[in-house]
Design a protein around this ligand. Structure first.
Ligand code: PA5
Length: 447
């Protein structure tokens, strides 16, 4: 059953139903472009049927590897960046208790992440933690050549081999990479690490439902079958209609493009549950890398409320009117906690005594949406009944398909990322990488 609801009532002050429905033909066409695979970037459409076509043998292999790692790990480190990192972290953080002490009680390894920055302090402190803990490493890189994860893996592999010896390290490292090419594949073959493949036809930011996301999620103790089942439900549903009135994917793609045409060039994903912070990060990458090209695109931002109402709230209420919000709303939390009565009532909170904390949070959400609409910020709402593997699976597919359709509506290729190479060329030139001699000479002149 589809658990996601999409509501755009609070955008109708800014864009009319007829302006939204004017996108219907284009939406039909772009769903068809994805389905037929005849649009830009059509080499990278493997994600569209991943949930329904996932092989039992591969799920078993992932679950077995995860069980092996769970036995060996107080800590399990996931090395990767961008699409080779954010999907796993988004799901793991959304499903995990907030506090490490509770995570330990559940018997799950503590998941740590590396290779997503080049901070010397971060890596040095990680090594200090790993000195004292039994740990395993999952290194993920589709290309096998990305600097950040390669650097982290070099340091952690050396640490691991010094701690456990080469032989045992082979049992504690899994590599997820291309099926045949790249430095990581070569190293994994030479060292005989267990490996999983990143499919050729799935780009990094669409890879959470491949071993890239599923292995770390399973190591963290979560049910990847339920995640895939949720995504498969959404896959089936997405194929059933392209109508804006029936399919929330079609509606979301149409409304955000209609708002973009009205000059709303920033979309803020808003959550009221701190465990969705990394889901927002995953969404930011998916939409930012997919749409931001050819001098076009909606800039994806994120806030975590009510925390950010005390910082970014000012800007959203009264700053430049270039934005709209999409709230990812959770109807039911996992726990029940009520506001106690206090006989002295010095904090003046007795008027809400007996209410659930969640009700207070919901009123903050509604009050904020109304205030922001009054302040000129259209408000969209994506709701799920609760956070679990099934709803997260549905959300992942919902946002992936909406991103593809939306990107095609914008006229760009939602599956490439030519712009991410620019900083790499400069960094390699500045570091004097062999093969970059000309760039090194020219960049030094600029300094
Ligand atoms: O979405 C993408 O393609 C990127 O974010 C990549 O996933 C990221 O740059 C990491 O690349 P790789 O897996 O090749 O190390």
């Amino acid at each position: 059953m589809i658990q996601i609801k999409f509501n755009y009532e609070k955008a109708l002050k800014f864009v009319s139903e007829s302006e939204i429905h004017a996108f219907q033909n284009a939406v039909d066409q772009q769903f068809n472009t994805v389905k037929k695979g005849n649009g830009k970037g059509n080499d990278f459409l493997g994600w569209t049927n991943l949930p329904s076509s996932f092989k039992e043998g591969l799920i078993n292999k992932i679950e077995k590897a995860a069980a092996r790692f769970r036995e060996k790990s107080e800590v399990s480190v996931v090395i990767g960046i961008g699409g080779s990192y954010l999907g796993a972290r988004a799901v793991i953080e959304a499903l995990s208790p907030h506090f490490n002490l509770l995570k330990k009680k559940l018997g799950n390894p503590v998941m740590l992440y590396a290779g997503n920055n080049i901070s010397e302090d971060y890596l040095a402190e990680l090594v200090q933690v790993l000195d004292e803990k039994d740990y395993t490493l999952t290194v993920i890189s589709k290309s096998g050549t990305t600097t950040e994860p390669a650097l982290a893996f070099r340091i952690l592999r050396e640490h691991m081999e010094a701690k456990y010896g080469k032989e045992e390290s082979r049992n504690r490292i899994i590599a997820i990479t291309d099926k045949e090419k790249g430095a990581l594949k070569q190293l994994a073959d030479e060292e005989n690490y267990e490996t999983f493949v990143v499919p050729d036809n799935v780009g990094g930011r669409y890879s959470v439902l491949t071993p890239v996301g599923l292995l770390p999620i399973a190591i963290a103790g979560f049910d990847i079958r339920k995640l895939l089942a949720g995504a498969a439900e959404m896959e089936k549903f997405a194929a059933s209609s392209t109508k804006i009135d029936k399919n929330p994917i079609a509606a979301y793609a149409a409304v955000r493009n209609a708002l973009y045409q009205k000059g709303k060039s920033t979309e803020i994903m808003v959550n009221y549950e701190p465990r969705l912070f990394y889901f927002t990060e995953w969404w930011k990458q998916l939409y930012g890398e997919s749409e931001g090209k050819e001098n076009k695109g909606i800039f994806p931002a994120g806030v975590s409320n009510t925390t950010d109402l005390h910082s970014m709230g000012q800007f959203i209420q009264e700053g430049s009117r270039i934005m709209f919000e999409t709230v990812l709303s959770v109807e039911n939390p996992a726990h029940i906690l009520k506001v106690p009565t206090d006989k002295n009532n010095l904090d003046k909170l007795n008027y809400i005594a007996g209410k659930r904390i969640h009700e207070v949070n919901q009123m903050a959400e509604l009050g904020t949406a109304l205030a922001h609409v009054d302040g000129g910020v259209p408000n969209l709402k994506v709701s799920i009944p609760e956070i679990n593997e099934n709803t997260l699976g549905q959300l992942i597919y919902f946002y992936e398909m909406a991103c593809a359709v939306s990107g095609y509506l914008l006229g760009i290729n939602p599956f490439d990322q030519p712009g991410v190479e620019a900083y790499k060329r400069n960094m390699f030139a500045l570091l004097g990488k062999p093969g970059f001699e000309e760039e090194t000479a020219s960049i030094r002149k600029k300094l």
